[in-house]
Each structure stands twice: as structure tokens, then as C-alpha cells.
Design a protein around this ligand. Structure first.
Ligand code: AMP
Ligand code: MG
Length: 414
């Protein structure tokens, strides 16, 4: 079969070049808003946040036991101290602790000022008010110092961090009620194609269910994005142009699927050229070659291919990093690792391929990957069964079983 790409004269842009062009073109949103902490997961912090307090706030015990002063410890021999009270988590001991005295203490309870050591309860024997400590009792154990996690005034989280569950917990431990975050991106998306029908409709010959819109909506489920699903739009040039122009007025980003190639009903690139600027529209990636990137006024535009696997691959490899940059977050490169390929892989030289693979790890930590089977861009089950991409460089001419390949794990493996 002749690859239509080979008929095109202009060289395709490599993925790295495409990502570089996008990086140069995108200006992150700068506006910010305050959100309460419980709504801040996944949002991008717009300013550094310092702690108003020491964390922990007090010097406290990390174990259940007895608090005492190191001055009272007789290292070589057993010794006895008299019990004068208890310090509970939430109910500190109120009195003073004199020489020869100790206090019952529980995990998280404040250490009385005069004490600096905790001996765990399993090591002592109690005879009413007399607590017997064994020989070789160690001083300064089981203490959490005030500020040993975060000192008052030092940073809890740095700006441009996309907040994780741990960050939310940490900010809460500093008593921070709300945080400044970059505003959400407004993203509109729609499918194109005369053949598309909604998933409530009866199947009929010549029609297909519009799966891309569902996959895209799922891919766009991120607290930083406010998305508008514009539905499926037929292959009508005027209708498409009107929809794109209108969406560009109200959104930061438009994402379309289908109609981005060179067929007679593929209008997306021409519309973008007519009402905006085309930055590029073909990249050396498989699946997913026809991918238009540009701008209409202040709105960025991504015209993705129609084939369902191409949509997911190009979204994850090209659009997702772009959206992350636009949202203000620091974009990290995806985790990639080497694995031994357990199946032979077919590949023609020319484009970087993202084949779908199943990654496993043996008990020694060695990685193995096998193909999911058929790799055509319409075989969406290959995407669903996979837990990683097998990334084959443009010049690669195929892989034999036993060779090492580069893989990018994603959901289901990580
Ligand atoms: P196109 O890029 O418009 O030529 O579409 C390429 C292939 O993807 C064709 O087989 C389309 O029927 C299919 N396709 C396009 N849009 C969708 C969609 N929203 N859901 C599922 N398949 C689609
Ligand atoms: Mg189409």
C-alpha cells in the first residue's frame, strides 16, 4: 500500500521540532484567582506559599511512653522516676516536671518544657507512681522537634507547582485556607465528520459512533481546564468555519478531531489558514501525521486527525504538554525507560512511531514489553489493552524479539 505521506513533497516536522515550535509559540496564562484548599488539587500555584507556623508547631512525642529529662537518665543502671501526670495529644501536661520525675506521654502529645527524651512504654515497668527504667536507656529518643518538617516563614510549595494530594495535605498542615492559582484554561472541542452519530442512536450502515469526543473529554478531565463540548459538526466548510471563529472568541484553545488531512472533505487546515495562522500541520509521527497547530486571534488551535488512536497519541504527545505550558505549570518530560521487546515489531522508516505495548516487570525489576497486536490507527482496542507506548525512532526499520526498546508507561502501569 502506498503511504500517502510519501507523495508529499514537504518534509514532515519531527516531534521534537513540533514541540519546540509549540513551546516558542505558547504564552502561559498569567491571570490568577484564589481557591479554597479543598478545591486546589491539580491547580497551578501562581505564587510561592510560605508557612506562617513551624511544622510541627510544638516539640512532641513520636511514640507512646514516658517523657523525662536526659539529666535524670542513669546510663549504666536501671533507675526509677516518679510519675507526676500525663501529656495527651490535644491535652498537654500543664505542670512542671522536677528532677526525679517523669510524665506519661502519648504519640503527638507536647513534650513538657523540662523534658527532652521519651522512653517507649514497652521498655519500662510501672509500680503505681514509680516507673522503673532499664539500664542503657537512651536519651533524646522519639522526639519530633518543632519546625523539623517546615520552619516558620520557609516555603511550603513553590510557584508553578501543579498541586498534588501531598501538597494539599502539607498546605493544610500549615493552616493555609486558600491558595493563589493560575486561572483555568477555557477549552472548546468538537468532532468533524458527516459519518458521525451520537451514542444514543441506533447503529446504521455508513455511520460510526463519535468516539473521539468521549475520549477527548476524558483526556481533558483536569482541574486546570474548563471545557466546552461543541458536539459533532458535519463536513460543511461554512459551518466549520463559523464554529471555529465563534469558539475562538471565547476560548484559550480549540481542539478538533477529523478533517485535518488532505481529502476533499478535509477543511480544517484551510479554515485555520483563512482565519488565523498555521504554525505547522504535518508531523512525522505515526499514528497521527496530519496535525494542525496554529492560532486564531488569541486562541490556540489544535486540529487532530480523525482516527481514534491518532487522537489519543497526538493529544498525549503534543497537545497535553502544550496545555500544561499554557496553564502555567512546569512541563516535565514523560518517564521513559528501556525494556526488552518480547515480540517482533514491524515498522517502515520515516516517522517516529508510538506503538501500543504491554509492559511488565519481573521480580528483579527487569522490564519486558510486548505488542498489543494490530497497530492501525482505527484499532482503538489496542490503545485500551495497552499500558505503554513503544517508541520507535523515525529511522527504525523494525524490531526483532529480544531487542531493547524505549517505552513510555502510562495509566495501568504507573
Ligand atoms: P478524517 O481525518 O476525518 O479523514 O477521519 C479519519 C478516520 O477517522 C475516518 O475513518 C473517520 O471515520 C474516523 N473518525 C473521524 N472522526 C471520528 C470520531 N469522532 N470518532 C470515531 N472515528 C472518527
Ligand atoms: Mg472526516
Amino acid at each position: 500500500m502506498i503511504d500517502p505521506c510519501s507523495l508529499e513533497s514537504s518534509p514532515l516536522l519531527s516531534i521534537d521540532d513540533a514541540l519546540e515550535k509549540i513551546k516558542t509559540a505558547i504564552q502561559p496564562v498569567m491571570a490568577s484567582e484564589r481557591v479554597v484548599l479543598k478545591n486546589a488539587l491539580g491547580r497551578v500555584l501562581s505564587e510561592d506559599v510560605a508557612s506562617p507556623i513551624n511544622i510541627p508547631y510544638d516539640r512532641n512525642s513520636s511514640m507512646d511512653g514516658y517523657a523525662l529529662s536526659s539529666k535524670d537518665i542513669n546510663c549504666r543502671q536501671p533507675f526509677t522516676l516518679s510519675l507526676v501526670g500525663a501529656s495527651w495529644a490535644g491535652k498537654p501536661y500543664q505542670g512542671a516536671v522536677q528532677a526525679g520525675q517523669c510524665v506519661r506521654i502519648f504519640t503527638g502529645a507536647v513534650l513538657p518544657d523540662e523534658t527532652d527524651s521519651v522512653v517507649i512504654q514497652e521498655q519500662v515497668s510501672a509500680d503505681r507512681e514509680n516507673i522503673l527504667f532499664p539500664a542503657n536507656t537512651a536519651a533524646y529518643q522519639h522526639i519530633r522537634e518543632a519546625g523539623e518538617d517546615i520552619k516558620q516563614g520557609s516555603l511550603v510549595c513553590t510557584r508553578l507547582k501543579k498541586l498534588t494530594a501531598a501538597d494539599i495535605g502539607l498546605l493544610a498542615s500549615a493552616g493555609i485556607y486558600d491558595v493563589p492559582v493560575r486561572r483555568k484554561l477555557n477549552i472548546a472541542f468538537f468532532s468533524t465528520g458527516d459519518e458521525l452519530m451520537g451514542i444514543g442512536q441506533q447503529p446504521e450502515s455508513g455511520k460510526i459512533y463519535d468516539s473521539n469526543r468521549y475520549a477527548l473529554a476524558a483526556l481533558l478531565a483536569d482541574p486546570c481546564y474548563s471545557v466546552v463540548d461543541m458536539g459533532a459538526i458535519p463536513d460543511d466548510r461554512q459551518l466549520l468555519e463559523d464554529s471555529i471563529k465563534q469558539a475562538a472568541n471565547y476560548n484559550d484553545v480549540i481542539i478538533t478531531t477529523g478533517g485535518a488531512s488532505v481529502g476533499d472533505a478535509d477543511y480544517v487546515k484551510d479554515i485555520l489558514a483563512g482565519c488565523g495562522v498555521v504554525n505547522f500541520w504535518k508531523i512525522a509521527i505515526k499514528p497521527g501525521k496530519p496535525l494542525a497547530f496554529g492560532k486564531i486571534g488569541a486562541c490556540y488551535f489544535f486540529g487532530l486527525p480523525g482516527n481514534p488512536v491518532s487522537v489519543i497519541v497526538t493529544f498525549q504527545q503534543i497537545v497535553a504538554p502544550a496545555l500544561k505550558q499554557l496553564s502555567g505549570a512546569t512541563a516535565n518530560k514523560p518517564l521513559r525507560l528501556l525494556a526488552t521487546c518480547t515480540t517482533a515489531l514491524k515498522k517502515d522508516p520515516g516517522r517516529q512511531e508510538f506503538q501500543r505495548g504491554i509492559l511488565t516487570q519481573d521480580t528483579n525489576g527487569n522490564f519486558f514489553v510486548g505488542s498489543t497486536g494490530q497497530q492501525s490507527a482505527h484499532i482503538l482496542s489496542s490503545m485500551s489493552q495497552s499500558n505503554c507506548y513503544i517508541i520507535l525512532p523515525a529511522e527504525c526499520k523494525g524490531v526483532s524479539s529480544g531487542e531493547k526498546v524505549l517505552v513510555e508507561p502510562f495509566s495501568g502501569f504507573l
